[in-house]
Design a binder for this molecule. Structure first.
Ligand code: ATP
Ligand code: CA
Ligand code: CA
Length: 433
């Protein structure tokens, strides 16, 4: 998979923000992980810690390039969540810190959120609205309990919740979560499915301009696509989705989607990762090759060097030493070691492989999960109220209550989960009658 995004380097407008985010994460995560592990207590869910960073540093915080404030929310809860999701603390720190930090995926949604990928492409930092932030804090106990009971959840895996603020700047809230898509495999098509048809169409004409665009429900139906899982995988997939959606319904969450990346094994990796050529994603624009990135890759330290650094970091965490700020992440996509091992839906080369009716492996790997699940119904209703006067737009808003939203979502996704054989058989039967 080719790394998508614009590199955030010193010349990037969001360099300072990104730098501060990573510095704050690095500091707070190593601080939390240096402490003795213990059972969670109720107050851990409401905990928040504020830190001031400045260029001189003080007894608590090290000196940094810029002055900024950083808030860390429920650090012990997220520590436990990361452990539950089987993240290695040292790897996590390595991935989220670097000189060439991250790449930015502009703002792909309508919400205005920004997305940053860690350099090794394992993690996504998503900036979120204050309302979403407050909401995540509110539901954290339920989310945590759900993860305990459902380690194979399809819901977004949250690894951290933080806030950063530069002097005179606004407060930026953000979460760190799993990137569903693999660093080492091309995704040939991406879909974002909600189970609604209103406004759920990506203009097919625009696909030429932007072949990696995320397509929607109507594009999926038009192509007559299926999540091709044979009986065993189908059952397990649908059961887990139902459990996850039940939680979302109970928490009155809406507007989430099933994000699906399809890797076609017959096409394989056409995009020349092996040529060390990376692409830059320009929102709404063409894909361009970036020679600068190719150079950066060529300078990437060896795997051995990475292993040495990870070991060093592990030692520091163990001996409760502060981790230096300039430790660079250098693990590259083609070296990523099966993250998420043991999780049912992320176990076939990081994804979930298609199967046939007889459970033989199929021709695709699906990389999928339920994303964007921090929108509370109340928020949408307020928005709807605002539109009340404008009759025409009303039908555009798919703001049906969370119960119905979830039922429709499950119905749609289950409905398209079947093998090609099963779909053809159904069709033949239908024609016969
Ligand atoms: P909106 O509210 O307008 O739908 P948003 O800003 O909340 O947008 P999301 O819906 O969370 O954004 O995500 C937008 C796109 O970003 C997705 O369609 C997908 O392409 C990508 N994306 C989001 N989360 C992930 C993830 N965990 N892994 C991979 N890609 C993701
Ligand atoms: Ca969305
Ligand atoms: Ca959203």
């Amino acid at each position: 998979r080719v790394v998508v995004g614009t590199k955030v380097d010193q010349n990037h407008v969001n360099w300072v923000t990104a730098y501060n985010m990573l510095t704050g994460i690095r500091f707070t995560v190593s601080r939390t992980n240096a402490k003795m592990d213990r059972e969670l207590e109720d107050i851990d869910f409401d905990a928040k810690h504020k830190f001031s960073f400045d260029i001189t540093g003080n007894e608590l915080t090290p000196s940094t390039k810029y002055d900024f404030k950083f808030k860390d929310y429920a650090p012990f809860v997220f520590r436990h969540l990361r452990a539950k999701f089987k993240l290695d603390p040292a790897d996590y720190l390595m991935s989220l810190t670097s000189k060439y930090i991250l790449s930015e995926l502009g703002s792909p949604g309508k919400s205005g959120s920004f997305f940053y990928f860690s350099r090794d492409y394992k993690y996504i930092i998503k900036t979120i609205h204050h309302a979403e932030h407050k909401f995540l804090r509110k539901i954290l106990r339920e989310y945590y309990a759900h993860i305990q009971q459902n380690p194979n959840t399809l819901l977004s895996q949250f690894y951290g919740l933080h806030r950063v603020k530069i002097p005179y700047g606004r407060k930026i809230h953000f979460v760190v979560m799993n990137n569903l898509f693999p660093p080492h495999r091309d995704i040939h098509r991406t879909f974002d499915l909600k189970g609604s048809t209103i406004g759920r169409d990506f203009r097919e004409e625009d696909l030429e301009k932007n072949p990696r665009a995320t397509l929607k429900d109507l594009n999926w139906l038009r192509r007559n696509l299926h999540l091709e899982f044979g009986p065993t995988k189908r059952r397990i997939f649908i059961e887990q989705m139902e459990k996850d959606v039940k939680l979302l319904q109970r928490l009155k969450i809406m507007d989430y989607s099933m994000l699906i990346g399809i890797h076609d094994l017959e096409r394989g990796n056409e995009e020349k990762l092996r040529d060390k050529t990376l692409q830059v994603f320009q929102p709404g624009g063409d894909q361009a090759e970036d020679p600068q990135k190719a150079n950066a890759l060529a300078r990437t330290p060896s795997k051995l060097e990475n292993q040495r650094k990870a070991k060093e970091l592990r030692q520091m965490i163990k001996h409760q030493k502060p981790v230096p700020m300039d430790q660079t992440s250098s693990k590259m996509p083609d070296e990523v070691d099966g993250e998420g091992k043991g999780f049912f839906f992320y176990n076939d080369d990081g994804g979930f492989r298609a199967t046939h009716e007889d459970d033989r492996p199929g021709e695709e790997i699906y990389y999928l999960g339920i994303i964007d699940c921090l929108t509370h119904y109340g928020l949408i209703k307020r928005g709807e109220h605002f539109f009340k006067g404008l009759r025409n737009t009303e039908s555009q808003i798919s703001a049906i209550p969370p119960e119905r939203y979830g039922d429709r979502f499950v119905r749609f996704v289950s409905g398209v989960t079947k093998t090609r054989e099963a779909a053809e058989k159904e069709k033949a039967e239908l024609n016969a009658t």
